[in-house]
Design a protein around this ligand. Sequence first.
Ligand code: NAD
Length: 470
Amino acid sequence: MRPTERFFDQVNSSFDKAAVLTEHPVGLLDQIKQCNSVYHVTFPLERDDGTIEVLHAWRALHSSHKLPAKGGIRFAPTVSEDEVMALAALMTYKCAIVDVPFGGAKGGVQFDRTGYSLEEIERITRRFTFELINKNFIGPGVDVPAPDYGTGPQEMAWIVDTFMTMVPEELHGAGCVTGKPLAQGGVRGRLEATGRGVFFGIRETLRDPDALAALGLEPGIDGKRVVIQGLGNVGYFTAKFLAEAGARIIAIAERDGAITNDAGLDIEGVREHLTETGGVRGFPGATGTLETSAEALELECDVLVPAALEGVITSDNVERIRAPIIAEAANGPLSAKASDALHERGVLCLPDLFLNAGGVTASYFEWLKNLAHVRFGRMEKRYQESSHRRLLDAVTQATGHRFPDAVVAEIAAGADEEDLVNSGLEETMIGAYHTISETARSLGTDLRSAAFKTAIDKVAVVYTERGIFP
Ligand code: NAD
């Protein structure tokens, strides 16, 4: 299901709703809202059978109030100019909310990767990178892509290799893209960061007595019934972390329909089945099957997590949604009208521009690592360990109490890169949740408007302090 309204208009309609809560001049608000530039390129692909096909690709730079700009590259047949502009705008606001000092960008190539060989996908990725280099739409200080729908670490590795081959003099070349494999300058924890961030956001909501009282839900994740749409990068890690914390994943929807089990589905098992068969149907641990992915959105549950594509909840199906909490793991899964209707009904929507910001937060850490040319924790891990041990020894000497070896090992351990990335992510997501929920409460508005207002204020400050708008 696709929204009938343009996606960029949907984002701007949320922006306008929040803009009236601010006191910024109209011209400044307009500058923040516009998409600064869009690059549309077509290029030929030689298919494996020797035929030539022309592909369309875009990169949108929504805001350069801070540079580099940041945003994923997606490979999907639905990619369009409107889509990349909307997603680039969301990136601007997302980065502002989580205090990641980047402007917003997004890109994509319009094709369905399931119909192409790996070699063809490599040629597409490298050619698109080449086109971006040509027009200065990529670089560690200019614009830094990342994975998104239909792309992952492999595509990021091809991008960095192409960039470093074409621009060998760039000292910080590894920082031209994030979400890379470790050996290419990636950071530990990035792969699962978006899903982990979604998990932190949901966990914080389920700890918030004010939010839960209004929904009539008991605090805590344990036993909460969750429906996940899309078991890709974001959906899989969200489901995994929620299940590990005690939630029951009662339904998983994929392209071929959905499977259910009220006792909870085994996430690893479903993921394996999906990899082997290309779908979720037929998974032996399921007790029920739904014909379409859309039907799963209408199931009774505590938390609904759309983690696939945008525009899946619109005026067409909003009346049938029964979840009290909707966690927007994907970008733009709710149309602006559907979001308003759900808020009217008292449904709590955790907006995408906050909830899936974990990916860009870890990307920021990866970019910092690439600029510093040193792994996080390399300088301090052993130092921390020995100072913790000295402290424990001092306690033992003073009290005569000897700690068991396992306890010493646990307390003394210094933080490694993954610990630091996950800790930075947790701090960011918890802080952002409280900022937007307090704003929402004080203004009597929904979380989406509160998130947009927070973002608008932060971007506005950058422009006004520079003196562009005296
Ligand atoms: P992905 O390609 O890894 O996974 C998407 C999954 O959705 C796939 O398993 C696909 O088969 C499934 N899918 C496709 N159509 C479906 C349908 N109609 N019903 C159910 N499932 C369907 O992509 P991803 O990286 O997980 O991205 C998912 C969403 O999260 C996108 O909106 C993306 O913009 C957003 N997002 C991703 C990241 C990231 O770090 N990857 C960060 C922020 C936001």
